[in-house]
Design a protein around this ligand. Sequence first.
Ligand code: XMP
Length: 328
Amino acid sequence: MDWNSNVRPETMERITTKAQAEAYIDELVEFTRKQVGDKKVLLALSGGVDSSVVAALLIRAIGKQLVCVHVNHGLMRKGESENVIEVFKNQLDANLIYIDATDRFLDKLKDVAEPERKRKIIGGEFIEVFNEEALKLEGIKFLAQGTIYPDILESDGVKAHHNVGGLPEEMDLQLVEPVKLLYKDEVRLVGSALGLPDEMVYRQPFPGPGLGVRCLGAITRDRLHALREADAILREEFDKNGLAGKVWQYFIAVPDVKSVGVKDSKRYEGWPAIIRAVNTKDAMTATIEEIPYPILHHITDRITHEVDGINRVLLDLTPKPIGTIEWE
Ligand code: XMP
């Protein structure tokens, strides 16, 4: 096997069993130890499937020579940064640097309502925080990335050669991309074989800018907090009612609009929480999953009673096209 090639050999079997995943892990571990020697490897660990599996693989191969940096941009779903710390630091004993950059991101995003500008600020700030941290470290010679085979196929290999983190050139890092020839389902199997929890390996896709594109318009801390709490209730109820495995992506969006309501016999102005639950194969088109009304009523009841600032719950019935999956 040529581990440097960006072309998946025709002879490479599709990984469909635990035994195959373990064989892949063994080979990869051996190759990585030779490639890296006694040097250090840096990884931006978002908590998404690909970077989590890369982290677990490299921990198996080189232990504390892997330095994981988890940047919490303040736009994570409820409990996700905590989960990264629990799994990687506490359970896998990783060399993990946790940076809570919430204030930096939210200060930069203050009063910015335009979606593409929000995305650019979040992406740019992420690179800055990560670079600052990388420059403080010594002896880093490699940068690990969670490139997977569809990334290579979709970008003619461009992304794989690209330093997507945008790290300073003087660092002169070589890439380590241990799952670059694998399809997503194979990455998940490898992750499971490495002992990662299902909630991490079968995690829904989550946009890089996180809740930033679901807290619509200019983000405020109170509305972001309401969104995070409502989203946590939605996920909890989908889990409890067996919908989590049936629906590809589901989340809450909260627009910057208030309506009048009544709470405790008083006028109560609040934002609406919009439920989006879609099924798709490739995210290019998406259909609407039917959610039983009793579950919707229960979710509405919980969100409107438990989440400060929310006084209505709406359901988005729009397929893609014409609506994109995200609202921004
Ligand atoms: P749309 O909204 O375009 O989303 O129908 C398709 C899929 O892509 C995700 N998405 C993003 N992922 N950065 C990401 O990493 C982004 O800026 C972004 N915008 C959308 C979305 O969640 C869906 O899975």
